[in-house]
Design a protein around this ligand. Structure first.
Ligand SMILES: Cc1cc2nc3c(=O)[nH]c(=O)nc-3n(C[C@H](O)[C@H](O)[C@H](O)COP(=O)(O)OP(=O)(O)OC[C@H]3O[C@@H](n4cnc5c(N)ncnc54)[C@H](O)[C@@H]3O)c2cc1C
Length: 409
């Protein structure tokens, strides 16, 4: 096949993660970068479905810092970029429905304090003032994070693209990668319908096709798509876009304003995954029909905290197949088995909010002398150098999803 183009680094996939990686590489001074996206535009697949919540309160310091890095990036893009991510730093409320949860909030606060993230425990009146219509007097505790917020995921991808282009990174849409070229066991290029593109490094940011793209290089990793969905209601009296995001972990719910409507999503107790081996590189994960029993539960579980939800009709359902890993961690870094093959995969359903942080970790993994232990722990080698099987991997990946809001997750 004729070589039609050359780049130092080719990124496969132009969702939030691929675009965030392109931006991070550009910021790190790498301009010989080409991003290939098979769809006619960026952010057309999972990223297009995302709710855009950006939460920094996590149970370990590294993850809090990763999310803080993303927030710093979103704030900078919102301030300076011509193409803006529509970032709204409205804060977030985390509502405890049990004593055990309130104790967890104390621990989360200590973790945030250690990471340097401002959070405070506020009373019900203060929280109700921030979200008119909520009834929170029964809440055991409420944690307020003033620097959280939400953005428009597709706008974020455009903002990344705009900034990365200024620094020389190229983007080609409508261009599927159909094969990886290996020479002497290391990456030498990618194949597309238009011809071969020579490169030294390939970054797999192909979302629900992450497993397939890795297979092209002979690698087998547990990148498991798990269904996720949320609703947007009809406009509701009193909801304004500047109200905060909220999370009610005991009811496994999250939400935010969507202009004057309510966006409400949740983690399902019985997750539905699919096996990437059941569809091909050129195929798609199974279509998702609205699961009304699950979606109705969201409203039912939310009603004690926000009674008006019961009377709000659903205007739109969003859903998709974000990928999960059996240990709930991102896969970031170069494979020891195939030099030049790099992963930015396994988003664990926070790939939009995590995108800038993932990009930063990738730069650290690839170009820094001594990456941190945390970054090393995200290496794909943890799967390729250890035995695992699909049935177990799917069970564990689903469990990560199902326990997303469990205490200590
Ligand atoms: C309902 C829902 C709500 C969510 N809410 C949030 C949220 O509030 N906050 C948050 O942070 N995350 C959220 N997520 C998760 C978030 O959407 C994902 O983590 C994120 O979009 C993953 O980005 P990605 O770039 O890995 O995947 P994708 O956006 O799927 O991008 C992968 C890209 O690779 C391309 N591709 C695949 N194969 C090839 C190939 N062979 N050649 C070229 N291109 C290829 C695809 O076309 C696709 O565009 C949500 C997800 C869902 C489904």
């Amino acid at each position: 096949m004729a070589i039609v183009d050359t780049a130092e680094i080719v990124i496969v996939g132009g969702g939030a993660i691929g675009a965030g990686v392109a931006y991070s590489l550009a910021e790190a001074g790498k301009s010989e970068v080409l991003l290939l996206e098979k769809e006619p535009q960026l952010a057309a697949v999972t990223t297009a479905q995302a709710a855009g919540l950006v939460g920094q309160v996590r149970s370990d310091v590294e993850r809090v810092r990763l999310a803080m890095w993303s927030v710093k990036t979103f704030s900078e893009l919102q301030k300076t970029a011509e193409a803006k991510p529509a970032w709204r730093q409205v804060g977030s409320l985390r509502i405890a429905g049990s004593r055990a949860r309130a104790e967890e909030f104390e621990r989360l606060k200590a973790t945030c304090d250690e990471a340097g993230l401002e959070v405070e425990l506020i009373d019900a009146q203060e929280a109700e003032r921030r979200w008119p219509g909520m009834t929170l007097t029964g809440a055991e505790a409420i944690l307020w994070c003033p620097t959280d917020g939400y953005l428009q995921p597709a706008d974020l991808a455009m903002a990344y693209q705009h900034q990365a282009r200024q620094k020389g990174v190229r983007f080609k849409t409508g261009t599927p990668v159909t094969d990886i070229v290996l020479r002497n066991g290391r990456v030498a290029g990618v194949r597309t319908p238009a011809g071969e593109i020579a490169c030294e490094t390939v970054i797999d940011a192909a979302g629900a096709h992450g497993w397939h793209v890795a297979r092209l290089a002979g690698l087998d990793l547990p990148i498991v798509p798990v269904r996720h969905e949320y609703v947007i209601t009809v406009p509701a009296e009193g909801i304004r876009p500047e109200q905060p995001c909220f999370r009610v972990p005991d009811a496994t719910l999250y939400g935010r304003p969507d202009v004057n409507a309510l966006l409400l999503g949740g983690w399902e107790p019985a997750a539905l995954s699919c096996d990437p081996r059941d569809y091909g590189l050129a195929g798609e994960p199974p279509p998702i029909a609205e699961d009304w029993p699950v979606l109705a539960n969201f409203a039912e579980f939310m009603a004690p905290y926000y009674p008006p939800v019961g009377s709000l009709g659903v205007r739109h359902v969003f859903s998709g197949w974000p990928t999960f890993t059996p240990d709930g961690r991102f896969i970031v870094g170069e494979s020891r088995r195939v030099p030049g093959f790099v992963f930015a995969a396994g988003c664990n359903a926070h790939g939009v909010s995590g995108s800038a942080g993932i990009g930063r970790h990738l730069v650290e993994a690839l170009f820094e002398q001594n990456p941190s232990d945390y970054v090393k722990s995200l290496s794909p080698d943890r799967f390729t150098e250890n035995a695992w099987d699909w049935a177990d991997a799917r069970t564990k990946a689903q469990a990560v999803y199902e326990t997303y809001y469990h205490i200590g997750h």
